[in-house]
Design a protein around this ligand. Structure first.
Ligand code: EPU
Length: 417
């Protein structure tokens, strides 16, 4: 199993190009299920989750042609098997995003229930509730959701909580439903907006994406389209947090500063100097960061996907940071690993109290999920001596060429077999 060997203590200097957003690319790939015409995507990140989604879609009947330049053409002339098997869903929960489009396109779907997850219990009841309101019948049998619908009908759906993939699944389904669907308490994440833009290019009628009420007028059929995936705001935030922790001066090109207000605000509070251009961000950090407290929240609040990276930053900051996780109920596993590097962290329910220490010391640590791994890499960059991060297959799911990009900024980081 691959590991990352990091020798800490060097500031980061230079420029890195940001990849396309994983969490935008995955639902957008599923939009290809809604049409027989080709969907042509640009800026698709080269990641394991994208390959897993291509494999899943391939089994369903989608031909996916991924090119080295980050473009991908998906074509679904026919649905062969409307099934998402356990073997794929258990490795990537976003697989559940095929449920809505399959029901809309061919009136049936069989999707494995996702089950447990390293960051907390993650039910899909809101996806099901919405699809049922649109006329689907769904039975849970032998670990699978067996769903059927003649033709989905538009409905007014008030979601009990803000769910990103739940909103996306229902938007995908509603695009081909009969009549108008109104999603209330919808997620406002930029990835939801990007999916809406792609669907609109395919001929869907969607209003309000980016606000908490989304209105979708169903159409009979959708066409192909060309769409460019937005830059990955979490990859961007991860490099920014790394630069804030390690110090130095970094420019991130091909980024979307508009989608990062909460992260940029916290980095400024930590003492970083940040300047933005329409598609680039520069950060400069000298000396130790100030401790910044934060509370995760749905967009435009502080992203839960940035929480681990900011805990790593807080670990060597001046002062005490209170980090509260409100989205997932078990997303502090990195805290225990950070303690192995010498961090002073006390967990009190949904809050981590992080007392900054002057120095971390390199050690062997284990990654538990994607963003936790990113937090450990950041800690490794500032720790004295060598840190070995195990189980980095988590990182490969969601960061394109992380060690190459950090290496280009001067970090001493190496993948070992
Ligand atoms: N929830 C329910 N019922 C549902 C759906 C969600 O109770 O039917 C709860 C979840 O258990 C959680 C909260 O609602 O407590 C929010 O979950 P959400 O559904 O928004 O998460 P998700 O759609 O499964 C996406 C991202 C995650 C990111 C979260 C929150 C994708 C593919 N995944 O997950 O990304 O953390 O939104 O922003 O878009 C990552 O990239 O590392 C990652 C985990």
């Amino acid at each position: 199993m691959d590991k990352l060997r990091i020798t800490g203590g060097r500031p980061l200097e230079g420029e890195v190009r940001i990849s396309g957003a994983k969490n935008a690319a995955l639902p957008i790939m599923c939009a290809a299920l809604l049409t027989a015409r080709p969907l042509s995507l640009a800026n698709v990140p080269r990641l394991r989750d994208v390959r897993t989604m291509a494999k899943l879609l391939g089994q369903i009947g989608v031909e996916a042609d991924e090119r080295a330049d980050g473009s991908m053409v998906l074509a679904t002339s026919a649905i062969r098997e409307p099934v998402a098997p356990y073997e794929l869903v258990k490795t990537m929960r976003a697989s559940v995003l095929v449920l809505g489009p399959l029901l809309a396109r061919c009136g049936q779907a069989r999707v494995s229930l996702p089950g447990g997850c390293a960051i907390g219990s993650r039910p899909v009841d809101q996806h099901l509730k919405g699809l049922q309101a649109m006329g689907a019948t769904i039975a849970i049998e032998h670990g699978y959701m067996n769903a059927r619908a003649e033709r989905l009908r538009g409905a007014r759906i008030v979601m009990d909580l803000v769910t990103v993939t739940g909103t996306e699944n229902l938007m995908l389904a509603a695009s081909l439903a009969e009549g108008t669907t109104v999603l209330e308490n919808a997620a406002r994440e930029p990835e939801v907006v990007d999916l809406a833009r792609c669907l609109a290019a395919m001929g869907a009628h969607i209003e309000g994406a980016g606000s908490s009420v989304i209105r979708i007028e169903g159409v009979r059929s959708l066409s192909g389209a060309a769409h460019r995936v937005i830059p990955d705001r979490i990859e961007t935030g991860t490099f920014l947090a790394a630069a804030a922790a390690a110090g130095g001066r970094v420019r991130l090109s091909g980024a979307a500063p508009d989608s990062l207000d909460a992260t940029l605000g916290k980095l400024r509070e930590a003492g970083a100097t940040i300047s933005t251009q329409p598609d680039a961000i520069e950060i400069e950090m000298a000396g130790r960061a100030n401790a910044v407290s934060l509370r995760t929240a749905p967009y435009p609040g502080f992203a839960t996907d940035m929480q681990a990276q900011f805990m790593a930053l807080a670990a060597t900051a001046r002062g005490t940071a209170m980090i509260t996780e409100t989205i997932f109920d078990n997303r502090f596993q990195h805290a225990l690993e950070l303690q192995r590097l010498g961090a002073d962290i006390t967990l009190r329910g949904d809050t981590a109290v992080v007392k900054g220490v002057e120095r971390l010391q390199g050690a062997k640590v284990m990654a538990t999920d994607l963003r936790a791994s990113a937090g450990l890499v950041i800690a490794g960059l500032v720790a004295q001596g060598e840190t070995l991060v195990d189980r980095i297959y988590h990182l490969d799911r969601g960061y394109e060429a992380l060690e190459r990009k950090l290496g280009a900024l001067g970090a001493r980081i190496q993948r070992v077999k």
